[in-house]
Design a protein around this ligand. Structure first.
Ligand code: A3P
Length: 290
């Protein structure tokens, strides 16, 4: 990690954060002082796993399917991050029920979660698709090194030398506490295959009853096409310095299995070996493990 802590990254307790957007003080505050409330709802993801999608879905569920808020308020203000310096106060100051996003691995998450009944939705995605998505995102994001080849990003990804550290650590960490916290595990792939069914599962978990028309509206407004055109969640309003969506759109392709278009047999081989080793003690089968 030492090698990787270039000017772009800040290292905190073994995890890398894009410098500028994150500060040690805010990360320490999040971990040690942020007071989780029993009715808080957290959406937790490793980057590029469908974070924005889940934020949009939750936001629409919160407004009973009314798309008005989603069309007028930026998604990062609707469901702000607990660890982002500029948004932490917004996350904190919400009246109950608070909806809060986080990319934090479990060991850096607000400790008070573990003595609370707060709800956590943890969304996981096939790491091969994350890698591809991250590669294109490195064109969009001014704070990431742009690598020409996905092949060059693969070894870094497998070593955890990317933003928010190792995917394996993130997933193993959160799966490890899934029986200690009130956690709903979802995958990008489930959202992709059955958005309506996933919305219903989320509503059920949150204890939120929506009528048919409201569910229809959540689904309709959380489709890739709708979100791609919504300036309040496609990151087109952010300064080009941070996100240049002309270089590569934030909502890029929106499918599962795109890795098959980008992985060479050698990449697959090296990924599979690393995955098998890192996940050998994980007692859980994902849809892509079948
Ligand atoms: P791709 O780059 O594979 O297209 P995050 O929000 O965690 O950064 O994840 C971004 C990824 O989620 C991008 O993946 C983006 O296109 C995808 N995504 C966002 N909204 C989506 C939607 N409504 N349907 C499908 N994919 C979506």
């Amino acid at each position: 990690l030492e090698r990787m802590s270039s000017s772009n990254f800040l290292e905190y307790r073994g995890c890398l954060f894009p410098a500028g957007h994150y500060e040690i003080d805010s990360l320490e505050y999040a971990r040690n002082e942020f007071q989780v409330r029993k009715d808080d709802i957290f959406s937790i993801t490793y980057p590029k796993s469908g974070t924005t999608w889940m934020q949009e879905i939750l936001s629409l569920i919160r407004s009973d399917g009314d798309p008005n808020v989603s069309r007028t308020v930026p998604v990062w203000e609707r469901i702000p991050w607990v660890e982002v310096t500029s948004l932490r106060k917004k996350a904190e100051a919400q009246p109950s029920t608070r909806f809060i996003s986080s990319h934090l691995p479990v060991h850096l998450f607000p400790k008070s979660l573990f003595t609370s009944e707060a709800k956590v939705i943890y969304t996981v995605r096939d790491p091969r698709d994350i890698l591809v998505s991250l590669h294109f995102f490195s064109r969009t994001a001014g704070f990431l090194d742009e690598l020409d080849k996905i092949e060059d990003l693969l070894p870094k990804f497998l070593r955890g030398e990317v933003l928010f550290g190792s995917w394996f650590d993130h997933v193993r960490g959160w799966l490890g506490v899934r029986n200690q916290v009130n956690l709903l595990l979802l995958t990008y792939e489930e959202l992709f295959q059955d958005l309506r069914g996933s919305v219903l599962r989320i509503c059920n978990f949150l204890g939120k009853e929506l009528n048919e028309a409201a569910v229809d509206s959540v689904v309709e407004n959380a489709t890739f096409e709708k979100m791609k055109d919504n300036t309040m969640c496609n990151y087109s309003t952010v300064s080009k310095k941070h996100f240049d969506v002309q270089k590569s759109p934030f909502l890029r392709k929106g499918i599962s299995g795109d890795w098959k278009n980008h992985f060479t047999p050698a990449m697959s081989e090296s990924f599979d070996a690393a995955y098998k080793e890192a996940m050998k003690d994980v007692n859980f089968k994902f849809i892509w493990d079948q």
